[in-house]
Design a protein around this ligand. Structure first.
Ligand code: NDP
Length: 448
């Protein structure tokens, strides 16, 4: 699919010119603009007020130096970013990613996606994202702490409970959030819900750790059921072995499926008996070891080097939960050939545009990231509500709200896809349903 509407085309040409060195950002913008054609055609007023030109330009990009001292006494310097993309419907909200691949283009793609995802949750949160090219892997706790403190020393000038509320993402879990929260509190002398994904003893929400993975399964389950299918008795392949992958494995198993594979950036494990999740949690959450170690204690399991081979394992349902562009055209074709009939995206933009085209042209049910993985940010917004109320809901209460929200998101995607004559195209459905609320708010606010 290519953009054919002349207004959207001219906006995209300008985006290409201005952001030529940010391919991930261009990929995310192009996919959204393609979907918005019927909406923009029905609303000529958007062009008059330059609504799309404003939508694709972040309200603010903050870029800063993060100096810190390693265990050998050597000074290290990383780059820090926060992109405050769109605050039309609420304070900026979106995770922080610590990974060596981070640069401005990755943070802008994630921040742009976050606008629509956050809108889909139905909660009052705008779009933002941040991070650093710091790699927590192989660093001591003391090094991670010094890095987080330095990162927050600058970031704290730009965030706040009613302004911008970051959370975790790749490389940022409970440990990192704890160090950053401690530093924010110390610098600002205030105890507020400025970060989400906090520990349970200092304002965190029950079920936040599980939320993205569980939410992915709730969304995928709603999509399957709407098409006369379910997780029951199905074979599932999940990539990654971090926060999202672990809790997607837990919920898919609880819904009656057998998860047979997980991975990390070095390779993947295949266990035909079904993944032993307690072992993975111990390896990944406690010992911070590589997924390869799983095979040492599970003689029936195979370990293979490399990430993409995981998509050649026959499965009914695939849940990519590692990183962007991890499923290319070839991997998508392998999945289809082996009978995969549903894909739910746990990671952000894990399928290339070519892969999405393969899924859609072969009738694979496809739940796009901005809808399917919105459970994390939705539960973060529930954490913000609890912090504002100075109150905590039980695990069951939060989980029930999460399930409702995810089923509601599927409903919105389905309805929007039907309204614009593309039934079953949940990519279009998600983009349009997410866009409408943001566009209405931007129209109401005037040209800002
Ligand atoms: P984690 O850091 O907990 O885990 C990431 C996992 O993906 C690890 O197993 C990691 O392996 C693997 N991975 C990361 N980068 C690559 C790469 N370049 N190639 C192959 N594997 C890779 O992160 P999360 O589970 O939190 O995030 C996973 C995805 O889900 C991301 O796309 C994130 O944006 C998205 N997401 C996360 C949310 C959350 O609440 N945490 C919310 C919504 C989306 P290794 O250890 O070897 O690096």
């Amino acid at each position: 699919m290519a953009i054919s509407n002349s207004y959207l085309k001219s906006v995209f040409e300008q985006v290409q010119k201005r952001n030529a060195n940010e391919p991930e950002f261009l990929q995310a913008v192009e996919e959204v603009l393609e979907s918005l054609e019927p909406v923009v055609e029905a609303h000529p007023e958007y062009e008059e007020v330059g609504l799309i030109e404003r939508l694709v330009e972040p309200e603010r990009v903050i870029y800063f130096r993060v100096p810190w001292v390693d265990d050998n006494g050597k000074t290290q310097v990383n780059r820090g970013f926060r992109v405050q993309f769109n605050s039309a419907i609420g304070p900026y909200k979106g995770g922080l990613r610590f990974h060596p691949s981070v640069y401005q283009g990755i943070i802008k793609f994630l921040g742009f996606e976050q606008i629509f995802k956050n809108s889909l949750t139905g909660l009052p949160i705008g779009g933002g994202k941040g991070g650093s090219d710091f790699d927590p892997k192989g660093k001591s706790d003391a090094e991670v702490m010094r890095f987080c403190q330095s990162f927050m020393t600058e970031l704290c000038k730009h965030i706040g409970a009613d302004t911008d509320v970051p959370a975790g993402d790749i490389g940022v879990g409970g440990r990192e959030i704890g160090y950053m929260f401690g530093q924010y509190k110390r610098l600002r002398n205030e105890f507020t819900g400025v970060l989400t994904g906090k520990g349970l003893t200092y304002g965190g929400s029950l079920a936040r750790t599980e939320a993205t993975g569980y939410g992915l399964c709730y969304y995928t389950d709603a999509m399957l059921k709407a098409n006369g299918k379910s997780f029951e008795g199905k074979t599932v392949v999940i990539s990654g072995s971090g926060n999202v992958a672990i809790y997607a494995t837990e919920k898919a198993t609880a819904l009656g499926a057998k998860v047979v594979a997980l991975s990390d950036s070095n390779g993947y494990i295949y266990d035909k008996n079904g993944i032993d999740l307690d072992c993975v949690k111990q390896l990944k959450e406690v010992e911070r070891k590589r997924i390869k170690e799983y095979a040492a204690t599970h003689p029936d399991a195979e370990y293979h080097e490399g990430c993409s081979g995981i998509w050649t394992i026959p499965c009914d349902i695939a849940l990519p939960c590692a990183t962007q562009n991890e499923i290319n055209e070839e991997s998508a074709k392998a999945l289809v050939k082996n009978g995969c009939f549903a894909v739910g995206e746990g990671a952000n933009m894990p399928s290339t545009p070519e892969a999405v085209a393969v899924f859609q042209s072969n009738g694979v049910l496809f739940g796009p990231a901005k809808a399917a993985n919105a459970g994390g940010v939705a539960t973060s917004a529930l954490e913000m509500s609890q912090n504002s109320m100075r109150y905590s809901w039980t695990f069951e209460e939060v989980d029930a709200k999460l399930k409702d929200i995810m089923e509601g998101i599927f409903e919105k995607c389905d309805t929007a896809s039907k309204k614009y004559g593309h039934e079953g195209n949940y990519v279009m459905g998600a983009n349009i349903a997410g866009f409408e609320k943001v566009a209405d708010s931007m129209m109401a606010h005037g040209i800002v």
